[in-house]
Write a protein that binds this ligand. Structure first.
Ligand code: BGC
Length: 822
């Protein structure tokens, strides 16, 4: 058979031996499936995901690629068309990296504000998440790359994520957490889905038949591929029977004995056949079966496209949320002198951490963005304080000498640039049972005190000038780094004279029961800032017309494998904002975080912009908004609470509800997360869901809909909105449904439609928002059905969850029920 001969997945399946079928059900390596050369079945390459396409290289330092705004930033845009466009561009990026499958989007919901991957998902609201996720998927798949919507389901925090059971009451599961996945399947037509690491109500998601077969395939009609999260498959035949098609990564680990199990059990044999068909269908649907991509990592392309850059800049600007703008201090006057202050001023924070990281083509900082827009002489700068979780990574070269663990014979040497090494592969001839000496020479310009640190997955110790200064070997303990396989950072302070100082780091991998663990190490180095640094920054701020204080977090704090540290800005940043606000009455805070934060200085500053991690063009997007070239049209996709105790999961008292105990995390708050929790407990958030200011103003001038509705009909709501200000801008019209009489207790209101609209000054536009029966329904766990009860509903319309000036009443004339039973 030649490669060009048309063949369908079904035809190929019939040609496969059982052994070949089994071989398709686990990866060949980290990112590729197993090829079958006998039948010209090529490899399929997958790649993370979601804010860019990293390719097959390392998390850091791999091939360059376009870095898009992170999930919460895209969530803030509320712009379905924009998400579609982002998906389209990502498809080109993926194919250029040889990947026909992108491991994205992430559609888990914001439950606790402390979720480590908060930055990666879109929203606390399932409908907003589902709409945005579906648009992203449609854009991606339109251009021939399969989406892998993840993590199915209940991965709302990182604490013990590989083993914990998310115990989710049925109604909350149905009305919240499953919804974005259901929409991704039904509206987005996703071709693939990734099971979560965690258990759902006691059973691993990757072998949860109710989830992967009964709900996903039987009820929702999904006929694509289900893959495990990385190392998240635990059984062979059992997981295939449950509906998990592909174990990732490979080679097979949980499925090492699958062939034998299939030979001995006809039921498993049949399930293997169906799963193999799903793998073949994915090859077919992505076009790879007929036109294989070059899946070699070495051949990945690094093209940078001007239209993608422009899209990232526009999307970044559109994601920025203007939280406060006293006396319309923003946009800034162009002739002004601006002081950029703070740790996120000269360092561009463009992405979160973990598997969502990539090697961005560029990282434009706010300082660079403003310098380019205003001219360098107009912009002053001072760092003020730092906000690192780890010391900055050493930037020199590291010389690695690999030795055999037993004989200590030197096996290979290698030079890597930068002070962090993640070993995803080793030089030829070096086995995973190795030991290494990593050396470099510190060149110090002036005498003084310096900070040194080691963080590692594996044992490490550091010798300075031949003397041991850091022990992370004998005292090694698993901490919060490297997806939960690494230590905490171990720091020390030393006095160094100007000149060269040899550094030697000893490294040895750790072994676990299941084999080798992650191998990585990071050498941190810096000259600490003096105590007076904040005052010096305030003095610089005082010399400018405006001070833009760039504070927040970064991908070290907001990352996979560990939850967020809290809601207080790390380090001395709150103090910095306060000192600058005192020195300059025109202080604007530019926040960059992956989730909510507390703002003790809110009343002391004139303006606050939340810019998240907006991708590689960060500084340009930020300058566009600060200077008014773009309207800040982001709206919060997540409630910002006044305090940690207002979080729906009350993390200030760690327990079963959060982060979990004895292997379980109970979603005790049920339906009440985000604004549903705010309404239920009549809280006053710091900033509500859906909120965001613009440089202009909008008014909803009229709204109309039929006042009765029969079951199975759609309701069209016509809303007229006007730009009543004097600048062009965009707003988001939001529609929340309230059930006035209900048998079951329901959230006070729920978002069921929204639309973003761009309007010139004075311009009006009439939008049509469409509601269907599901917009009115709750899930009845006793009837296993969606139920919209007859009676009156209120439709609340406005521009945030707490600014809903217009309401319409509609009467549903009879009950509507949709069973979820087969
Ligand atoms: C993450 C996934 C990711 C996978 C591959 C896992 O740690 O949970 O989201 O796609 O790694 O990098």
């Amino acid at each position: 058979m030649t490669q060009t001969q048309p063949r369908t997945a079904q035809e190929l399946l019939d040609l496969l031996t059982l052994e070949e079928q089994v071989s398709l059900l686990a990866g060949a390596d980290f990112w590729r499936t197993v090829p079958i050369p006998r039948l010209n079945i090529p490899q399929l390459k997958v790649s993370d995901g979601p804010a860019g396409v990293r390719g097959g290289g390392a998390l850091v330092g791999g091939k360059h690629t376009a870095a898009f705004p992170v999930g919460i930033a895209l969530g803030s845009t509320w712009n379905v068309d924009l998400l579609h466009e982002v998906g389209e561009h990502l498809a080109r990026e993926a194919r250029e990296k040889g990947a026909a499958v992108l491991l994205a989007p992430t559609v888990n919901l914001f439950r606790s504000t402390l979720n480590g991957r908060n930055f990666e998902s879109y929203s606390e609201d399932p409908f907003l998440t589902g709409k945005l996720g579906s648009a992203y998927i449609l854009g991606l798949q339109k251009n021939g790359v399969a989406a892998t919507v993840k993590h199915f389901v209940g991965n709302e925090s990182e604490y013990q994520r590989n083993t914990i059971s998310s115990d989710i009451p049925e109604r909350a599961l149905r009305e919240l957490y499953l919804v974005p996945f259901e929409m991704a399947v039904k509206e987005g037509k996703t071709l693939a889905i990734m099971s979560a690491y965690n258990k759902l109500n006691g059973t691993f998601s990757s072998e949860n038949k109710r989830l992967l077969t009964d709900i996903l395939r039987t009820e929702w009609g999904f006929d694509g591929l289900v893959m495990s999260d990385w190392f998240g498959a635990h059984t062979a035949g059992k997981s295939v029977l449950a509906g998990l098609d592909l174990e990732m990564p490979g080679p097979a680990r949980a499925r090492a004995n699958l062939l034998e199990e299939a030979q001995n059990d006809p039921e498993i044999r049949q399930a293997v056949r169906e799963a193999a068909l799903n793998v073949l269908k994915l090859l077919e649907r992505t076009g790879v079966l007929e036109n294989p991509l070059d899946v070699l990592d070495a051949n990945e392309q690094e093209n940078e496209y001007p239209d993608t850059r422009a899209l990232i800049r526009r999307a970044g600007a559109e994601s920025i949320v203007l939280l406060k703008n006293e006396q319309s201090i923003l946009p800034l006057a162009r002739a002004a002198k601006v002081a950029v202050i703070g740790p996120n001023g000269a360092t561009a924070q463009v992405m979160g951490g973990g598997s969502a990281q990539m090697s961005a083509h560029r990282k434009v900082s706010p300082l660079q963005g403003l310098q380019e827009a205003l001219g360098e002489s107009q912009v002053l700068y001072h760092i003020g304080c730092d906000n690192d979780r780890f010391l900055p990574v050493y930037t020199g070269d590291l010389h690695i000498q690999y030795r055999a663990l037993d004989t200590q014979e030197t096996l290979a040497t290698e030079v890597r640039s930068g002070g962090e090494i993640m070993w995803f592969g080793l030089p030829e001839g070096v086995p995973w049972g190795f030991e290494a000496t990593v050396s470099t020479t510190l060149k110090v310009a002036e005498d003084g005190v310096y900070d040194l640190s080691l963080t590692s997955a594996g044992l490490t110790k550091l010798l300075l000038n031949g003397e041991q200064r850091i022990d992370n070997w004998d005292s090694f303990k698993i901490g919060d780094s490297y997806f939960g396989s690494g230590s905490n950072e171990v720091r020390t302070q030393v006095h160094l004279t100007a000149g060269a100082h040899p550094i030697q780091i000893e490294y040895r991998p750790l072994f676990s029961e299941s084999g080798i663990q992650m191998c990585a190490m990071r050498f941190g180095f810096r000259k600490p800032l003096p105590e007076s640094s904040i005052q010096e920054a305030a003095n610089v701020a005082a010399q400018a017309d405006f001070a833009v204080v760039c504070v927040g977090s970064n991908g070290e704090w907001e990352t996979e494998g560990v939850d967020r540290w809290g809601l207080v800005l790390p380090g001395r940043q709150d103090e910095l904002v306060q000192a600058v606000a005192k020195a300059n009455p025109n202080t604007i805070v530019l926040l960059q975080t992956g989730g909510p934060i507390l703002m003790p200085w809110l009343s002391e500053v004139k303006a606050v912009l939340q810019a998240w991690f907006p991708g590689q063009e960060a500084g340009h997007a930020i300058a566009d908004v600060l200077l008014g070239d773009a309207d800040p049209s982001g709206r919060l996709p997540q409630t910002f609470p006044q305090s940690l105790s207002d979080d729906p999961t009350h993390p200030e008292t760690p327990d079963l509800q959060y982060p979990g105990e004895n292997g379980h995390v109970e979603y005790q708050e049920g339906l009440y997360i985000g604004y549903r929790h705010v309404d239920q407990h009549q809280l006053t958030p710091l900033f509500p869901f859906g909120y965001g200011l613009s440089y202009t103003q909008f008014e909803i001038t009229s709204a109309q809909a039929a006042d009765t509705l029969n079951p199975d009909e759609e309701l069209q709501v016509q809303v007229t909105v006007q730009n009543t200000g004097d600048r062009p801008g965009q707003t988001v019209v939001q529609l929340y449904v309230q059930d006035l009489q209900s048998t079951l207790e329901r959230p006070l209101k729920e978002l069921k439609a929204f639309q973003k609209v761009a309007l010139e000054p004075g311009q009006s536009s009439t939008l049509t928002l469409i509601l269907n029966m599901r917009s009115f329904a709750y899930y009845s766990d006793t009837q296993s059905a969606w139920v919209a009860e007859r009676g009156d509903f209120l439709l609340h319309l406005g521009q945030s969850s707490q600014d809903l000036p217009v309401s319409l009443k509609v009467n549903l004339t009879a009950d509507w029920t949709l069973s979820t039973q087969p």
